[in-house]
Design a protein around this ligand. Structure first.
Ligand code: GUN
Length: 296
C-alpha cells in the first residue's frame, strides 16, 4: 500500500478563514455589521489562556470583533451566569464562548444552559445539541465541524461509509457522530467499555479518534485504505526530554495503511478556530435573519 495522503488541516483552515474574512467584509459593507465574539475565561489555566489568546488574535485577523472577559478562578457559579446574562442581552455580541474546563465549584452544564442558544458558538447548549441530532439548522460544535470539513476534502460524498468514532465526549465524539449520521454514514461509537475496539475500528472506512490516549490507535485498528481523522492533543516527553504534542493515532504506523490521515499538529487543531470564526459569522447572520453566506 502506498503511503497515506496527509490531510493539510493548516491549509484547509487558512482557506476557510479567508472565506470568513471575505464574508465579514461583505457584511460590513452591506449591513454595517461586524460580527463579534465574546470569550469568557475563568481562572488562569495556562493552556486555556493560550487558547483564548489564539481565538482573539484569529478574530482580529479575520475582521471580526472580540471581547475578552476574565473572571477570577474563585468566581461563583451565580456570578458567572450573571455575566453570561449580560452578554446575552448585549446587542454588540454575536457569539459567546466560555472556555472549558471550569473550576470545580462551577457546574459547566448549568453555565452552558445559561447561554442564549443563538449566541452559542460552541454549539454545546442542549437546544443546539437537539437541533444537531434532529436535523434542524443550528450552531454546530467547532471541532466536529472541522473534522467533517477535513473528511469532505478527501471524500466529498460520505454516503454509505462505515464510520467509527472513538470516544463519546460531548465536545467531540457525540457531535461528530451526529454529523456523520446526517451525512449518511453508518456510525459506530467505540468507548472505554467497548469490547475489542481495535477489531471494530479495523472494519471502518472512516476512523475519528478522540480519546486522549497518545498513539493508542495502531496499525491493527486501521482498515487498508481508510480515512483517519486524529483529534487527539496529547503532551508526551520527547527524545530530548522536552514535551511534544502527539495525537491518539500512531501516525507512522497508521499512515502505512490508511489512504488519508490528519497529522498532529497541523490537522484538526487549526480547523477548530477557523470553524469558531465561521460560527460567529453564522450566529451574526442568524440573529438578524440574514442568509448564511457560508453554509456547511
Ligand atoms: N475546551 C476544550 N475544547 C473546548 C471547546 O471546543 N470549547 C470550549 N469552550 N472550551 C474547550
Amino acid at each position: 500500500m502506498a503511503e497515506a495522503r496527509v490531510i493539510d488541516g493548516k491549509a484547509i483552515a487558512v482557506s476557510l478563514r479567508q472565506r470568513v474574512a471575505a464574508a465579514a467584509s461583505q457584511l460590513r459593507e452591506t449591513q454595517r455589521l461586524t460580527p463579534a465574539l465574546a470569550t469568557v475565561l475563568v481562572g488562569d489555566n495556562p493552556a486555556s489562556q493560550s487558547y483564548i489568546r489564539a481565538k482573539g488574535t484569529a478574530c482580529t485577523a479575520g475582521g471580526l470583533a472580540s471581547f475578552d472577559l476574565r473572571l477570577p478562578g474563585d468566581v461563583s457559579e451565580a456570578a458567572l451566569i450573571s455575566e453570561i446574562g449580560r452578554l446575552n442581552i448585549d446587542e454588540r455580541v454575536d457569539g459567546i464562548l466560555v472556555q472549558l474546563p471550569l473550576p470545580p465549584q462551577i457546574d459547566a452544564q448549568r453555565v452552558i444552559a445559561a447561554i442564549d442558544p443563538e449566541k452559542d458558538v460552541d454549539g454545546f447548549h442542549p437546544i443546539n445539541v437537539g437541533r444537531l441530532w434532529t436535523g434542524i439548522p443550528g450552531l454546530v460544535p467547532c471541532t466536529p465541524q472541522g473534522c467533517l470539513l477535513l473528511l469532505r476534502a478527501v471524500r466529498p460524498d460520505l454516503s454509505g461509509a462505515a464510520a467509527v468514532v472513538l470516544g463519546r465526549s460531548n465536545i467531540v465524539g457525540r457531535p461528530i457522530a451526529a454529523l456523520l449520521l446526517a451525512a449518511d454514514c453508518t456510525v459506530t461509537m467505540v468507548h472505554s467499555r467497548t469490547r475489542d475496539p481495535a477489531l471494530i475500528s479495523s472494519h471502518a472506512d472512516i476512523v475519528v479518534a478522540s480519546i486522549g490516549r497518545p498513539g493508542l490507535v495502531g496499525a491493527n485498528w486501521i482498515k487498508p485504505g481508510a480515512i483517519v481523522i486524529d483529534v487527539g492533543i496529547n503532551a508526551v516527553p520527547g527524545p530530548d526530554g522536552r514535551s511534544r504534542i502527539v495525537g491518539d493515532v500512531d501516525f507512522p504506523a497508521a499512515s502505512q495503511i490508511a489512504s488519508a490521515i490528519t497529522p498532529v499538529p497541523g490537522g484538526v487543531g487549526p480547523m477548530t478556530i477557523a470553524c469558531l470564526l465561521r460560527n460567529t459569522l453564522v450566529a451574526a447572520c442568524r440573529r438578524r435573519g440574514l442568509t448564511n453566506p457560508l453554509p456547511l
